[in-house]
Design a binder for this molecule. Structure first.
Ligand code: NAD
Length: 478
């Protein structure tokens, strides 16, 4: 469905994120015919490029990151005709007058702050001071949204001084993934799952976000952040919320976000012995974490596993195990809802115990698998085996869905449409920090040192123990 005409202003348009993600995503939506013929992109950044130089830069990025074929050159040119550039400084008067002249009245105006968070305040202030905001103005801010509760509150207050919450779009690109939305469709569009979606039937839930990459190119940021701030506070908690939340009355931004907030507020503080921190050591893929950041005593974690409890009627007694790490054996983001065993086996002990499990794969190969128990074929008596009922989106929905849209494609178009459902509200972000801050403070106070783990492994052995102590085990990462 085509969206309304828009001016999308990308502050930081020459940066890595804009070139690698945002502009390729916009190009794909352009190719999909979703742009109105009057829609335009105006990139603004510190570098003194001409618009022509900038378009060349974008053309190169599209070839590199949007898999543009030679036969598409005319389409790329048509896209580039809609792209303009303004050299501008976020912290001085330079470029703002020119930007104002380039904007058209009466259209959606979206300002994408693809810059470091230290510039969010100066940009918000100048967008107002130069009178660039209209009724139909939205601002988009990237992660990280703060470093702790105090800084997140400050950022929220700074943005709130210039914009209404309904105009602020805080990106968590995990929420733009096809399967994440499918998670809500599966839960609230089927009669099958929701009646079982509680502590009476669910033994526990596992959320894994495993990465094979290290921290190359992000050393300085990562050394200050670590896995807790970089992944758990935002992406993993958002996934936890979508799994644990009550059905909202309707699929409406505030109804969904109200329910997510209630989940975060129901989270118990995490016991120190329910958390494992790890740091990768050298392996065939490269040097260890400490060498990467050039700090032989670094205690920043590149891995976290923890057990969380959502203390409410639905989930009391059902633990949520979360884990994420860098340089692990495989790249895999998956949620496993592990159901309880049947209360009584009519087939006797030798049939074994077989519990159902629902796996929701976010990447790679987005899809959903339900593990069900059936009889082992053959004359050998009543032996039970588990088989997967597999719904790979690519297979089930045909070749046109082989490649679901990138999260940024959906999120940027949602900004233009004015739909905040997949964006974090200010109070959600603050509540998430309020939960993670004491964990991080505890590490600092105890002088905690993360456990080393081999690059290319599944993480530190203590993470296996965390499960084993509870008589459970992690589902495989691969
Ligand atoms: P980057 O350093 O590659 O680019 C920064 C951009 O900001 C450049 O275009 C630069 O010209 C511009 N800029 C810097 N100071 C400026 C000023 N005073 N006035 C105007 N423009 C100025 O950074 P990036 O990797 O593109 O990241 C941008 C934001 O997105 C950061 O907040 C980052 O944390 C976040 N983010 C990045 C990624 C990623 O994959 N790169 C992923 C998630 C979030």
């Amino acid at each position: 469905i085509p969206v309304d005409p828009f001016d999308l202003i990308i502050f930081g348009g020459t940066g890595d994120l804009a070139q690698r993600k945002i502009l390729p995503a916009l190009y794909r939506r352009f190719c999909a015919g979703q742009w109105h013929e009057d829609a335009r992109i105006i990139a603004a950044a510190r570098a003194g490029h001409s618009a022509e130089d900038f378009r060349r830069m974008v053309a190169e990025s599209l070839h590199r990151h949007a898999a543009v074929r030679a036969s598409e050159s005319q389409r790329v040119s048509r896209f580039l005709q809609r792209v303009d550039y303004v050299p501008l400084d976020a912290v001085s008067a330079e470029g703002w007058g020119l930007l104002g002249e380039k904007l058209s009245p009466n259209r959606v105006r979206a300002f994408y702050f693809s810059v470091g968070p230290n510039l969010f305040g100066p940009l918000a202030e100048r967008v107002r001071a130069y009178d660039l905001a209209t009724e139909d103005t939205r601002i988009v801010v990237e992660k990280p949204f703060g470093h702790d509760l105090g800084s997140a509150r400050e950022l929220n207050a700074t943005l709130a001084a210039h914009f209404d919450e309904s105009q602020i779009y805080r990106i968590d690109h995990y929420l733009g993934k096809e399967t994440v939305q499918n998670l809500m469709a599966v839960r609230f569009g089927n009669m099958l799952f929701e009646p079982l979606w509680n502590s009476q039937y669910v033994d526990h839930i596992q959320i894994t976000v495993a990465e094979t990459v290290g921290i190359d190119g992000r050393e300085e940021y990562y050394e200050r952040a670590g896995a807790m701030r970089d992944m758990v506070q935002n992406h993993l908690m958002q996934l936890l919320c979508l799994i644990a939340m009550e059905p909202p009355a309707k699929f409406d931004p505030d109804a969904v976000r109200d329910e997510k907030l209630k989940v975060i507020r129901a989270l118990d503080p995490v016991e120190p012995h329910h958390i494992v921190r790890g740091q990768f050591s050298a392996g065939p893929e490269g040097v260890g974490y400490r060498e990467c950041v050039g700090n032989p005593r670094s205690t920043t974690e590149s891995y976290v596993a923890l057990k969380a409890h959502v203390s409410n009627w639905r989930w009391a007694g059902t633990p949520f195990y979360l884990r994420t790490g860098k340089r692990l054996v495989a790249r895999s983001s998956v949620i496993n809802v592990m159901f309880k065993d049947a209360p009584h086996s009519i087939f006797g002990e030798e049939a074994g115990r077989h519990a159902n499990a629902l796996s929701i794969r976010l990447q790679p190969n987005e899809g959903i698998t339900l593990k069900v128990t059936i009889k082992e074929p053959g004359p050998g008596g009543m032996r039970l085996i588990d088989v997967p009922l597999d719904m790979s989106f690519a297979e089930a929905l045909g070749p046109e869905n082989q490649d679901p849209p990138d999260a940024y494609e959906r999120l940027v178009m949602d900004v233009i449409r004015g739909n905040q459902t997949l964006f974090m509200r200010g109070d959600e972000v603050e509540a998430a920090w309020a939960w993670t801050d004491p964990i991080i403070a505890g590490w600092l106070a105890r002088g905690d040192v993360p456990k080393p783990y081999d690059s290319g492994s599944t993480g530190p052995g203590d993470a296996e123990l965390l499960m084993k102590r509870d008589g459970r085990r992690w589902q495989g990462i691969k």
